[in-house]
Design a protein around this ligand. Structure first.
Ligand SMILES: [Zn+2]
Length: 224
């Protein structure tokens, strides 16, 4: 996919969060890594921007969203390291991972949303100084991803969660590093529990998710 004509996918565009209007930064951030800000598809870029705006509203954190080439290892991750002007680190998602999900049909965009929600949850964990580690931390992010899908997709949330469930069951969202994310069954259970509690406020869901994650998983290596 072309990586020219950079149009930053900065979630701050038009977002209000916590009552404060956030303004798109200018000039565009300098790249400090192999990042890009467009898929080369204007419609898809708009969908990603919309998703980022929704994620910011639900989770109240403002990472920079960037894209990268991941042909060898379809991947996504969250980092407290900033790659742009926003204050809450970075969520990075690979172009191949996006394309792979979108290639699976109607639920593709919701599958991408479930991946972004998992990574956004890691940013929230960083902000909240989450004490969970390893598998429990990952399952907590899965719980919050389910919570997000429930809030984001409302009447069609069942389909959204089905898309997220498929992501986990396919096993192609494990970062290629063994099973520290939890088994597919554990991940689906965490996702569904979050979805079932999407009526709660975020603070309540966050705490409930911690208990759920601890019950489902075991402590292991640090989260990515
Ligand atoms: Zn994770």
């Amino acid at each position: 996919m072309p990586l020219v004509g950079l149009a930053p996918l900065l979630l701050a565009l038009g977002v209000t969060c916590g009552g404060a209007a956030l303004v798109a930064p200018s000039p565009a951030p300098r790249s400090s890594g192999p990042w890009s800000y467009t898929t080369g598809d204007a419609r898809l870029d708009a969908r990603l921007r919309a998703e980022a705006t929704s994620l910011a509203r639900v989770f109240g954190v403002l990472p920079n969203l960037v894209l990268f080439e991941d042909a060898q290892n379809p991947n996504a991750y969250a980092s407290e390291r900033s790659t742009g002007p926003l204050s809450d680190g970075t969520v990075a998602i690979g172009l191949t991972l996006i394309a792979r999900q979108l290639g699976q049909g109607a639920r593709g965009e919701q599958a991408v949303a479930s991946i972004l929600a998992h990574e956004w949850s890691h940013i929230l964990q960083i902000r909240q100084r989450c004490m969970l580690a390893g598998t429990a931390r990952e399952l907590h992010a899965d719980f919050l991803a389910g919570y997000y899908l429930g809030r984001r997709y409302g009447g069609v949330a069942d389909a959204a969660v089905a898309a997220g469930r498929a992501v986990y069951q396919q096993g192609d969202y494990r970062f290629g590093d063994g099973n520290h994310h939890g088994t597919p069954i554990e991940r689906v259970q965490a996702l569904m529990q979050g979805f079932l509690h999407s009526h709660l406020s975020l603070p309540l869901a966050y705490r409930l998710g911690e208990r759920c994650a601890l019950a489902l998983g075991t402590s292991g290596p640090s989260a990515r």
